[in-house]
Ligand binder design. Structure first.
Ligand SMILES: C[S@@+](CC[C@H](N)C(=O)[O-])C[C@H]1O[C@@H](n2cnc3c(N)ncnc32)[C@H](O)[C@@H]1O
Ligand code: SF4
Length: 374
């Protein structure tokens, strides 16, 4: 079985106001990684049948951890799996914690893709977001990352407090000066559990107007397309040959193992999410248990629904053969959105315009499914 492996590294130097990914401001790396290695042992059966094709160190901030910990994880995965032939090993890095020396070690241990969290290129926007670097550092770090690696992603968030048409132009100038091979362009989501939510509630922070953010999003998409990036997923843009192979496992609803606190996985029809609290995660591993907080065995229909839900995010779409059980529902959906949903060569996919309208289309799909309208 071909497998993607996600490894969650839950450490950050400080917490950004908008972020609801699980992370802690701590340096208890030893303890955490010894649990992670034990978790890998608990998957001996799965891994001994698997060929690992991608590994992704995500966070949190994996670049705050000494690379020797990451090396231990990779070596262990290699030892216990049937095949370890990853085409892609990615690490998420933050501008303030990345340096040339570290990047060189990453290369030595097999990492071949860097994802740099840029978010924005304006000091005020960065400060409002709780980021620890300024535009000047960002540029220095972007330069050294691009010097060391040929497969680099930059993450951006649109809609952060303080964003204007002028700050957008700064993003563009930054990308022109430091062109990566891949860009992830997210729209800010404000979760109730974040500091940003509280600040907005108290009237201490104001978000930019939604219409302005949408307009800037369209401009950003145009900007990327004009510079040779293919929008191959709703929020992801790649130069030819530089799609994220790891994330394609998610979008194609293939097999992936999630390791570490709060990580999720999907093996066959089995879905799980690990404990989302470090203490709980470590306690379960210490008892020799898989650290699950949620498990579910999908029915054939649920599996197909997930495959459609994820697959409609990518330009290549979903093979109808894989989701036969949902064909009547998909036909109904296509009748409602003939311009946005297309069928060709046995695949159903969103048109370019459809990608901008995906929220509505996917929410209809879920609603009809729940109503039993297959
Ligand atoms: C798991 S985060 C961690 C990456 C890294 N620690 C950093 O901060 O750059 C991965 C990406 O998710 C995006 N992200 C995080 N919180 C978000 C939010 N509330 N809304 C939209 N995008 C978000 C950011 O672009 C971030 O780079
Ligand atoms: S955005 Fe990145 S650095 Fe900021 S709190 Fe989240 S994981 Fe940590």
């Amino acid at each position: 079985m071909k497998l993607a492996v996600y490894v969650h590294v839950p450490f950050c130097k400080s917490k950004c106001v908008y972020c609801d990914f699980y992370s802690v401001v701590s340096e208890k790396f030893d303890e955490y990684f010894s649990h992670l290695l034990r978790e890998i042992d608990l998957y001996e059966e799965v891994l001994s049948e698997s060929e690992i094709k991608t590994v992704y160190f995500g966070g949190g901030t994996p670049s705050v951890v000494p690379p020797s910990f990451l090396k231990m994880v990779l070596e262990k995965l290699e030892r216990v799996s049937r095949g370890f032939t990853p085409d892609e090993i990615t690490i998420e890095v933050n501008p303030e914690s990345v340096e040339t020396e570290k990047l060189k070690i990453y290369k030595q241990i097999g990492i071949n893709r860097i994802s740099l969290g840029v978010q924005a290129c304006d000091d005020t926007v960065l400060k409002n977001a709780g980021r620890l670097y300024k535009e000047e550092t960002l540029k220095k770090k972007a330069k050294i990352v691009l010097e060391q690696f040929e497969n680099v992603n930059f993450d951006f968030i649109l809609g952060l407090p303080g964003e204007t048409d002028i700050t957008l132009k700064k993003d563009f100038r930054f990308l022109e000066e430091f062109p990566p091979q891949h860009v992830s362009l997210y729209l800010l989501e404000v979760d109730e559990r974040t500091r940003l939510f509280d600040l907005i509630q108290k009237g201490l922070v104001e978000l930019p107007e939604e219409d302005d953010v949408e307009r800037r999003h369209d401009l950003f998409v145009e900007f990327l397309k004009e510079r040779g990036f293919l929008r191959y997923e709703i929020s992801n843009f790649a130069k030819p040959g530089k799609k994220s192979l790891h994330n394609l496992f998610y979008w194609r609803n293939e097999n992936y193992l999630g390791l570490g606190v709060s990580a999720g996985g999907h093996i066959g029809r089995f879905r799980y999410v690990n404990a989302s609290d470090l203490k709980e995660y470590e306690e379960k591993i210490t008892k020799g248990e898989l650290p699950y907080e949620y498990v579910h065995e999908n029915t054939e229909e649920e599996e197909a629904l997930e495959t459609v839900f994820m697959g409609l995010r990518i330009k290549e779409g979903v093979e109808l053969n894989r989701v036969k059980i949902l064909l009547p529902l998909l036909e109904k959906l296509q009748k409602k959105y003939p311009c946005y949903l297309k069928v060709k060569n046995g695949k159903i996919f969103l048109s370019e315009d459809g990608m901008n309208f995906s929220k509505k289309i996917l929410s209809d799909l879920i609603e009809w499914y729940r109503e039993g309208g297959r």
